[in-house]
Design a protein around this ligand. Structure first.
Ligand SMILES: [Zn+2]
Length: 159
């Protein structure tokens, strides 16, 4: 049977995934704060979803690889647990996550990844100008109207 390794987004956002194929880790369950997310989790378990602790050798391998790809600072303990479980079932599972650092490490480890929420607008960058002197932000211009230093283009946010 093919498993879906679920990170918390699966229960927070909800997906049409078959519950009896869901597999997750205890730290994900502990992250579910909202009533809706807890309900989704309870229902999934009733339908056969499974919670399993990650095992040490896989946790170690994930930490090792995350260090190499420099994603280690972005990964929470829960992320590492989820990745370790996905690594354990690498041959027969697909990891469901929207976290970029998790996706990145998973790909390096040869784990198949599927996003939880298909984004309509993907990685749209919003740019702004930032003063190199006083660090104020502006929508446009070359010279800071406050301190007279130069403005540099910088990334504002992703939507
Ligand atoms: Zn300035």
């Amino acid at each position: 049977m093919r498993y879906y390794i679920a990170d918390s987004a699966v229960f927070i956002m909800g997906t049409g995934t078959e519950a009896h194929r869901l597999l997750t880790v205890p730290s994900v369950v502990n992250e579910l704060k909202s009533y809706e997310a807890s309900m989704r989790f309870e229902l999934a378990v009733e339908s056969g979803a499974c919670v399993q602790s990650p095992e040490d050798p896989f946790l170690e391998e994930v930490r090792e690889i995350a260090k190499r790809t420099r994603d280690c600072e972005e990964l929470s303990k829960t992320d590492i647990d989820v990745l370790a479980k996905a690594l354990e079932y690498r041959e027969s599972s697909m990891l469901l996550t929207d976290d970029y650092a998790v996706q990145n490490v998973a790909r390096v480890m040869g784990i198949e990844v599927r996003p939880v929420v298909q984004k309509k607008i993907k990685d749209v960058l919003i740019w702004q100008k930032k003063c190199v002197g006083c660090h104020r932000s502006f929508d446009e211009g070359e010279i800071c109207p406050v301190c007279g230093s130069g403005l540099k283009k910088s990334r504002k946010r992703k939507i």
